[in-house]
Design a protein around this ligand. Structure first.
Ligand SMILES: Nc1ccn([C@@H]2O[C@H](COP(=O)(O)OP(=O)(O)OP(=O)(O)O)[C@@H](O)[C@H]2O)c(=O)n1
Ligand SMILES: C[C@](O)(CO)[C@H](O)COP(=O)(O)O
Length: 236
């Protein structure tokens, strides 16, 4: 029996690395904005009760219109984000009422329900869990002069994805404490870790890409076609 979950979907970034005039979460993919694909994905998961979407102040109206158009009925609120991803997450967490919460990037539209369930189950067992995949490349630490200074053992290296899933009170308390002292991490697990929580990894998917730079866009088109083909296969 699955717990009931809330989700904070963060989409208030500017997408500087994508370099487009339009923020990347609103670029069209298969005829819909990327963020709409992400919202529809979570809308369809039965164990999710509420979604809070965090966006730029100027984007609230068009996101409200898309939620109406695409029947995102679990949408609880669409709110303004902050200067850093962590501030956007914090704002969203404050509106979640469910005892369990996931945080997910608005620009990761391809995560499968099976992977989300794995993440939630691990979080329910341990209090906090994130999707992750083992790194395939050798990773080097390199100094400012371009000289390699270390080769960490690859067996212990994982590429971290979202969703990241937590007991809601645990994550909210960690974010409140981080905000007070100005601690900034690049994901929510690092905020929880900084507060002393144990966070475990759940098996992610190499296809759960974060659309970040221009070369991710053709991959996203291919993944969308693949997802559509899989869906057709299920119904035949
Ligand atoms: N102040 C911010 C910054 C980021 N995000 C969101 O966090 C997710 C992951 O961040 P990233 O891919 O780094 O997005 P951007 O910050 O938009 O990208 P960039 O760093 O290239 O500007 C994105 O869905 C982004 O919209 C957010 O809600 N609020
Ligand atoms: C949360 C995240 O998607 C995990 O991989 C990532 O850390 C976000 O980082 P970014 O600097 O906002 O791309």
């Amino acid at each position: 029996m699955m717990e009931r979950w809330g989700v904070v979907i963060v989409a208030a970034g500017r997408g500087k690395r994508m370099g487009t005039t339009e923020s990347k979460q609103y670029l069209q993919l298969g005829g819909k904005p990327i963020v709409v694909h992400t919202l529809q994905n979570f809308q369809e998961m039965a164990f999710i009760d509420e979604i809070v979407l965090v966006v730029g102040a100027d984007d609230i109206a068009r996101c409200e219109a898309w939620c109406e158009q695409y029947r995102i009925t679990k949408m609880k609120a669409i709110i303004q984000g902050g200067a850093e991803r962590q501030h956007s997450v914090h704002a969203g967490l404050r509106l979640i009422e469910s005892p369990w919460v996931m945080v997910h990037d608005g620009v990761r539209p391809f995560v499968s329900e099976q992977a989300v369930v794995r993440c939630c189950q691990q979080a329910a067992a341990h209090g906090a869990a994130v999707l992750a995949v083992p790194v395939k490349d050798t990773i080097k630490q390199v100094n400012q002069d371009g000289v390699i200074t270390a080769t960490p053992d690859r067996k212990s290296l994982w590429a971290i994805q979202t969703p990241q899933a937590f007991r809601h009170d645990l994550l909210l308390e960690a974010h409140e404490a981080a905000q007070q002292v100005g601690m900034l991490g690049t994901d929510d697990a690092s905020v929880a870790e900084w507060r002393g929580a144990t966070v475990v990894v759940a098996e992610g998917e190499y296809t759960n890409i974060k659309i970040t730079t221009p070369e991710d866009l053709p991959w996203a088109e291919l993944l969308l076609q693949q997802t559509a083909a899989n869906e057709r296969g299920k119904t035949q």
